[in-house]
Ligand binder design. Structure first.
Ligand code: ATP
Ligand code: MG
Length: 419
């Protein structure tokens, strides 16, 4: 028996109903904000992620699926979408073509992490990216949209919007030096990864999940105390826009994000309900990404929602079931099938969900199946019915049985009444 790759999971029909609900709600909401769907490839050149995400990040250092293709080109399965969307933006000169540069994207991402509950190697994200404007009101609007989605999904009670500002190329280096200084004095207590991060990417130490490092991080100087006037003003305005929009949030100076392209406002949507995996969505501003990738100097802001973790929260709160068929055709014999098949086809043409038996099972076994399917009407077609040109209908809800003419109009009348 060949099994699926470790950390890669099937999503079965009892779950796809949640996925679809989430996607449909997100699609409708994002489009009402003027976001348009973009689809990008699963594979990109390795260099895109090295330059976009940053070569000293966890994702690039140890989580990517990298391989050489038959031509010797180094490729990677996308670990996230922002770098790919930025690449598509530059390559298609979208800033020249589109008056509004707001895009959303759904799809699988790949990271070679240790699989556990809520952590997979193929997982899925909903992404939102807005390019072209740097403004606190846009940042607040995007966070409000994320909050609104969680309200529509009725999971907002499980979530906290945590927000921070990680400075700009002017003020962050000053803070960085202060942080390095502080961390150097505690170096012995840091984990192996953080000792390494200290020099290259010290802000990442604040993001470490290890208890020892968390302790040290909680006493570290905080970036909001070192923001330049411009950044401070930007952050204050963003928080004010959130407040007037009635979006609940908390400031968390530990939110620094693990990807190098972030600058300015960053945020995470976290929960206490999913054990160790507490991040459901994350985002922020990436004003230097486009330029970094050789494109125009265009700012950006966006977020990514983890689909598996969102669905886990939905399932804790409510049950979604697949739509049951309205009719089930229980048929006895080939002549009966000749009557039932065209009727079933016409029903579907009218958008009515129905199921027809194709195996030659007994009536009893077919009735059991109708029960299991939870249909409203079982339409029984046997020799008698064929001879008389009728259908025996059993109303499974009212527990009544009656005959109708074997005509589509009669079935449609029943469907109409059942609606
Ligand atoms: P984490 O801290 O859990 O590793 P992250 O900061 O690496 O998350 P992002 O890169 O910000 O995650 O991705 C955004 C969202 O995608 C996360 O908030 C999470 O919901 C989801 N996500 C990230 N990695 C995984 C994974 N391996 N399996 C399932 N979902 C994931
Ligand atoms: Mg991660």
């Amino acid at each position: 028996m060949i099994k699926a790759v470790r950390g890669f999971k099937d999503v079965l029909p009892e779950d796809t109903v949640y996925w679809r609900y989430l996607e449909e709600e997100a699609r409708t909401l994002f489009e009402s904000f003027g976001f348009r769907e973009i689809r990008i490839p699963v594979l990109e050149k390795l260099e895109l992620f090295q330059r976009g995400i940053g070569s000293t990040t966890d994702i690039v250092e140890k989580e990517m699926y990298v391989f050489e293709d038959r031509n010797g080109e180094l490729l990677a399965l996308r670990p996230e979408a922002t770098a790919g969307v930025a690449r598509a933006f530059i390559e298609n000169s979208l800033h020249m073509k589109d008056p509004v540069n707001k895009y959303y994207f759904f799809g699988p991402m790949f990271r070679h992490e240790r699989p556990q509950a809520g952590r997979l190697r193929q997982f899925h994200q909903l992404n939102v990216e807005a390019y072209g404007v740097k403004s606190p009101s846009l940042d607040a609007e995007i966070m409000a949209m994320l909050h609104m989605l969680t309200q529509k999904l009725k999971i907002d009670d499980a979530l906290h919007l945590e927000i921070n500002h990680i400075g700009c190329p002017q003020c962050r280096p000053i803070y960085r030096d202060i942080l390095i200084n502080f961390l150097n004095n505690q170096k012995e207590k840091l984990c192996k990864d953080c000792k390494r991060r200290l020099e290259k990417n010290p802000l990442r130490v604040l993001d470490c999940k290890k208890e020892g490092c968390k302790n040290i991080a909680s006493q570290a100087p905080q970036i909001i105390d070192y923001l330049c006037d411009q950044c401070k003003d930007y952050f204050d305005k963003t928080l004010d826009y959130l407040a007037v929009s009635e979006v609940p949030f908390v400031i968390n100076p530990m939110i620094v994000r693990g990807l190098d392209y972030y600058t300015g406002v960053v945020f995470e949507l976290t929960t206490d309900e999913l054990g160790a995996q507490n991040a459901v969505a994350a985002g922020g501003r990436y004003d230097n990404l486009m330029k970094e990738l050789g494109g125009p100097d265009i700012p950006g802001v966006g977020f990514a929602i983890g689909v598996e973790r969102t669905v886990a929260l939905m399932k804790k709160r409510y049950t979604l079931e697949e739509e049951t068929p309205l009719f089930f055709f229980a048929v006895m014999g080939e002549e009966a099938k000749r009557v039932a098949l065209p009727l079933a086809l016409k029903l579907r043409q009218e958008g009515v969900k129905c199921e027809m038996e194709h195996s030659d099972k007994s009536l009893k076994s077919q009735m059991r199946k109708a029960n299991k399917l939870k249909v409203r009407f079982t339409v029984i077609v046997g020799e008698d019915e064929v001879r008389k040109g009728v259908l025996t209908v059993r109303d499974m809800e009212e527990k009544k049985q009656f005959e109708i003419q074997a005509q589509i109009s009669e079935l449609l009348k029943l469907a109409e009444a059942a609606r």
